[in-house]
Ligand binder design. Structure first.
Ligand SMILES: [Zn+2]
Length: 402
């Protein structure tokens, strides 16, 4: 879920949330329909009719956008990809996933489901507009349905442009993955095209705005700018991943951090392990000595000091999906892939049933530097974010609102 968004409950078991920006797109769409499209298509009606039909049309479009995201989510679940949620926001919709698809085929199916849904909905709305017009339904309604058909068709086609993070970019990444046999290199290729597409959209928007004096150019520029930035982030992230590619877990790991037992109080943690260590995290172990979580100063800071003596560290520790167990001989990227996207990367390295090392965000950063020293020079000078910080998501911007 994005920060600052409102939870709306679950649809088909998928958590749905909404950003307040949706009100802005909803308003723009309603205005475009009520003030321009409907009066042109069906002139001579009172304005309250245009606004009422406009609001219904805008809501139906937001519903179509949701159907596009749900299609990604439902197919993802069928392909063993965990769905964290769907958000509607200012620039369209996006679906967020917990893990990456295992095969290029799964990547393709999950991605193609979205545009296929939009194109299908577009065809249905156009057929309804045409059929109802034949039956003599008032033109104001059929105009609204025809608009829904066109805008859904446009959403489907625009998202097939082959630049990440658009759906077309994920399809390109899946194709490159199949051809080269390497997922990371596919994502790097699709992100490079994405930067190019974003730059192209900015140019197109400027042309629209300056030469054609069309204000929709502003929207195109904004979408292009967001696309360019998202593609650049993905590019940097996967170039970092590639730098990690040759390293094993054993090469990247640091020593085990200080440990505390699950039943240690937060007050004892602050006075004991956290005071002794210079590292950002302390491992939390159960009575058998197994690592069940990690805890750092951030978690302590979020708890009011008067609760420190009565709270066990296990209650504030990061645990579950945010921690993976790996063997020292495993590829580092494989181990990091298993760590959930929330809360940064934490890998406990085990050998012969004993915890022998640890990989946290600091070790990952060091490994990326090491990988770069040893491997081919990446094409960017920006420090890559630690893996897991670029969310695995699909983003579907609507290009024009009217
Ligand atoms: Zn999509």
């Amino acid at each position: 879920m994005r920060q600052g968004s409102i939870r709306l409950g679950k649809v088909l078991g998928v958590p749905l949330s909404m950003d307040l920006g949706v009100v802005v797109i909803g308003g723009l769409l309603t205005w475009g329909l009520a003030a321009i499209i409907l009066p042109n298509g069906a002139p001579g009606l009172v304005s309250s009719v245009y606004w009422t039909v406009g609001i219904v049309g805008a809501l139906l479009f937001l519903g179509s956008l949701l159907a596009h995201e749900l299609a990604h989510a439902v197919v993802a679940r069928r392909n063993e990809v965990e769905v964290e949620g769907i958000t509607l926001w200012l620039f369209g919709g996006f679906a967020q996933f917990g893990n990456e698809p295992r095969t290029p085929g799964a990547e393709f199916r999950i991605t193609a489901a979205g545009p296929a849904t939009s194109l299908g909905l577009g065809a249905v709305f156009l057929a309804m507009a045409f059929g109802l017009a034949q039956l003599g339904v008032p033109v104001v309604y059929t105009t609204m349905l025809a608009w829904l058909g066109i805008i859904n068709g446009f959403l489907g086609v625009f998202n097939l442009i082959p630049g990440a993070p658009l759906d077309g970019g994920r399809i390109l990444a899946a194709a490159l993955w199949r051809i080269r046999g390497d997922r990371v290199s596919g994502r790097i290729g699709a992100a490079s095209v994405g930067k190019f597409v974003g730059g192209g959209l900015i140019g197109l928007g400027l042309f629209e705005l300056v030469v054609l004096q069309g204000f929709t150019g502003l929207w195109t520029i904004l979408i292009g700018w967001f696309l360019f930035n998202a593609a650049r982030m993905e590019h940097t992230h996967f170039v970092g991943r590639r730098a990690l590619g040759a390293l094993t877990v054993g090469e990247a790991m640091g020593p085990m951090p200080e440990t505390v037992t699950t039943w240690t109080s937060v007050a004892d943690l602050v006075e004991g392990a956290l005071r002794r260590t210079s590292r950002p995290t302390v491992a939390v172990v159960d009575w058998q000595g197994r690592v069940v979580g990690v805890v750092g100063m951030d978690a302590v800071r979020r708890l009011p000091a008067e609760q420190w003596p009565t709270t066990d560290v296990v209650d504030i520790a990061t645990s579950g999906d945010a921690i993976a167990v790996a063997s020292p001989y495993e590829q580092l990227t494989d181990a990091l892939e298993r760590v959930g996207s929330a809360g940064g990367a934490h890998v406990v390295v085990e050998h012969d049933g004993r915890s022998i090392g640890f990989i946290g965000p600091d070790e990952v950063r060091r490994a990326i530097e090491l990988g770069r020293l040893r491997g081919p020079r990446p094409s960017t000078v920006m420090p890559p974010p630690p893996p897991g910080s670029v969310p695995n998501q699909r983003w579907d911007p609507p290009l024009h609102t009217s």
